[in-house]
Design a protein around this ligand. Structure first.
Ligand SMILES: [Zn+2]
Length: 65
């Protein structure tokens, strides 16, 4: 299981950019699934950053190895 940091579509009602476009860790599987979901896609951008990683996938909760 490999996690990547991704910017996702969050709470658009929020006044905070951090909540509108939060950065979360997502596993490869969920990234693949999101790519195939077309208009329903919530991942805006995969970030190549040194941000600290969460220990589990935001969507499915799978732990990273
Ligand atoms: Zn996942």
């Amino acid at each position: 299981m490999h996690l990547k940091n991704c910017m996702i579509r969050g709470d658009m009602e929020s006044d905070s950019a951090d909540e509108q476009y939060p950065t979360v860790s997502v596993c490869d599987e969920c990234i693949e699934q999101d790519k195939q979901s077309g208009d329903e896609s919530v991942i805006i951008q995969i970030l190549n950053s040194d941000l600290p990683y969460e220990t589990s996938c935001y969507f499915c909760g799978n732990d990273s190895d």
